[in-house]
Design a protein around this ligand. Structure first.
Ligand code: ZN
Length: 655
């Protein structure tokens, strides 16, 4: 629910800002720009600064949640790194540095994505000897945790038939607690009232000496109290410069929740947060997503501070204001159209700081809160983080991807010029009018399409966007510069769905993920229904390329498909949905897949990316009043982590 998917692998326009910071293993570090910073008032900048301090103060919490030895390991490594008395230009030391960088990236010793433990490439003997010579003392218990592949091998184990709690290295349960015991405890304490408390969201379940299960709550005076106290210190300051009463309420409830651990305060905080639509500055700070708990109950600590991108948000307002026009002019049968359609205007935000589980690897969107009853009664906030999307796109510029996969200079030039603006518009149309379009026939259930519902729904919204991105209405509304620009979106969408998204699939595997299925479904169906003089695949020197000959023709087929997908949705035609998905969305052409993987491998791109944060420095007058906050982008990856460990290390080794 909470995280939106990663951006498509593609590159866009050029820029002066330098995005690349570091690269090692399968990881790449980027920096992100914070456009619009200078347009914020001093009060808003100060608010961001205080909230960013509150964000950074929670750093150690995530390390400890990810594994109970992580803080000890990180501190030992940093200690050795800074105090190593010998020549650092050796092969061993380089391997050691790489390992430390990887620990920082993962906030622990397990890969942030695969969740498998990664092993050092230097030996235990070298490490022990180096620590002895540098005078670095450490707890010997970390040695097997670091070096033995069988100890704490997986962070969150989801395998069938194992004790998920006992076999997961994450620290959401105390030692000796079994899955059955944890499940029984949750069952017994479950809140079944109308406005339920999310029991277990902010606690570790432990076992006492008599074998009884008890909760250690994350709160001041409880587990992670030292860090929560620091977080509250900065939240108190933020309270003084909040933009309005609703935002003050949000911050006040969060302070109270950190203090008491009372989940009723958390619910109050979530409700106030959903209601706060006016503030320019917004933030998340706390125990939020539950993917890392093998039982999906306890929240992982994260923080992000952001402010509204007014220009981009205005773009979504224009689209949303024209929702009825889009509905009336879509290709769907009039009986499936809504007589009165309301667009939603999506909020587009600029991230100012990332922390906890949003750092260094990060989502590109937020959709919260996670409690279903709050979403139903009070709604939710869904935002796209534009400056991070931009950093991904811009940094990919010149990485060779488009040169390898796009057919000629003409389409590459068109894509360089219009790819980014088309990408934004596609997202806006999809979110603001696509999902909200059309209606179900009387008696048709929302769940009629069962396991294919999300694939078909994403397909419908994407087709709606794709159909209208090519409409001259967008030029008329001032959202696209001319009638040619949309071709960039068409080529990219079709190339991605037919070929290049396969770089994310392992050889021999089918496509499982709903967004990937929907993208292949669209591209493959449209390809199948186009004539050769509209769209074809061309082979050149053993490589396959997409060639679009007639964009208006392709758009007509997109319109036909939109009509059919809307019919399936409106009628709840499960059989047709199943046939479409099975025919077009799941299976992969093995030969083509091999070819694409080989071409992609030659580009030697890092599959995972993360960020370093900018640095905020307050400027004060003689009386200690903040008169400005300066932003700086020059800090490096190693520098940043060593500084964070020095200034924001709030928790003891063992918690
Ligand atoms: Zn969608």
């Amino acid at each position: 629910m909470g995280l939106l998917c990663l951006p498509m692998l593609i590159s866009c326009q050029k820029q002066q800002f330098s995005y690349h910071v570091d690269r090692f293993y399968d990881l790449e570090l980027l920096r992100y720009e914070v456009p619009g910073w200078d347009q914020l008032s001093v009060q808003q900048k100060t608010l961001v600064y205080y909230l960013s301090e509150a964000a950074l103060q929670g750093r150690d919490i995530l390390y400890d949640q990810n594994g109970r030895y992580n803080l000890r390991i990180r501190r030992t490594l940093e200690n050795l790194y800074t105090n190593y008395p010998y020549d650092k230009n050796t092969e061993e030391f380089a391997l050691f540095e790489k390992y430390l960088k990887r620990v920082w990236f993962s906030n622990g010793i397990h890969h942030h994505y695969s969740e498998d433990k990664f092993l050092p490439e230097f030996t235990q003997e070298w490490f022990v000897e180096a620590c002895a010579q540098a005078g670095v003392e450490y707890d010997a218990a970390i040695l097997p945790v670091m070096f033995d592949p069988n100890v704490m091998a997986k962070r969150t184990n989801q395998a069938a038939g194992v004790d998920l709690v006992a076999c997961s290295a994450g620290n959401y349960y105390g030692e000796g607690v079994t899955q059955a015991e944890a499940e029984a405890w949750y069952e017994q304490h479950k809140d079944t009232t109308d406005e339920p408390l999310w029991i277990g969201l902010n606690s570790q379940l432990c076992k006492d000496s008599t074998g009884a299960i008890y909760e250690r709550t994350y709160r001041i005076g409880g587990l992670y109290g030292e860090a929560l106290e620091k977080i509250n210190f900065w939240l108190e300051k933020a309270l003084e410069v909040a933009e309005n009463d609703t935002q003050r309420e949000v911050i006040a409830h969060l302070i109270e929740y950190n203090r008491s651990g009372n989940l009723r305060s958390f619910n109050a905080y979530c409700i106030a947060w959903v209601k706060d639509l006016e503030s320019r500055v917004d933030f998340v700070n706390g125990f939020t997503e539950t993917y890392a708990d093998p039982l999906g109950i306890t929240g992982t600590w994260e923080s992000i501070v952001n402010f509204k991108d007014l220009e981009a948000t205005h773009r979504t307002e224009i689209i949303s204001a024209n929702a009825q026009w889009f509905e009336d002019h879509s290709t769907t049968d009039p009986i499936y159209k809504k007589e009165e359609v309301k667009g939603v205007s999506a909020k587009v935000i600029t991230a100012a700081i990332l922390a906890g589980d949003c750092y260094p690897a990060t989502p590109i969107g937020i959709n919260l809160p996670n409690a279903n009853w709050i979403r139903k009664s009070y709604g939710s906030k869904s935002v796209t983080i534009d400056n991070l999307v931009k950093a991904y796109n811009e940094s990919a510029k010149g990485n060779g991807f488009n040169e390898e996969f796009m057919i000629d200079d003409e389409i590459r030039a068109l894509y360089d010029q219009y790819g980014a603006v088309c990408g934004d518009l596609h997202t806006d149309l999809h979110e603001c009018v696509g999902h909200g379009s059309g209606k179900l026939m009387p008696g048709v259930s929302k769940d009629a399409l069962k396991e294919h519902a999300s694939t078909i729904e994403e397909t419908r919204a994407d087709l709606f966007a794709l159909y209208f991105v090519a409409d001259s209405k967008l030029v008329e509304l001032g959202l696209l510069p001319n009638k040619e620009a949309y071709k960039a979106a068409y080529y990219q969408q079709m190339m991605n769905g037919l070929m290049t998204q396969l770089v994310r699939i392992e050889p021999g595997k089918d496509i499982e993920e709903a967004h990937m299925r929907n993208r292949q479904l669209i591209a493959a169906w449209v390809f199948d229904h186009c004539e050769k003089n509209e769209m074809e695949i061309i082979e050149r020197d053993g490589k396959h390329y997409l060639q679009i000959n007639d964009y208006e023709g392709v758009r007509r087929v997109v319109g036909d498909m939109l009509a059919e997908i809307q019919r399936i949705t409106s009628e709840g035609d499960y059989a047709a949905a199943k046939t479409l998905v099975e025919t077009y969305a799941v299976k992969v052409d093995q030969d083509l897949h091999k070819e694409i993987l080989a071409r992609y491998a030659k580009l030697n791109l890092a599959p995972y990316k993360g960020f370093v944060n900018p640095v905020y420095t307050p400027v004060m007058n003689k009386n200690g009043v903040i008169t400005d906050v300066k932003i700086d982008y020059t800090e490096g990856y190693v520098e940043q982590h060593l500084r964070y460990s020095r200034d924001y290390s709030n928790l003891p080794d063992v918690n």
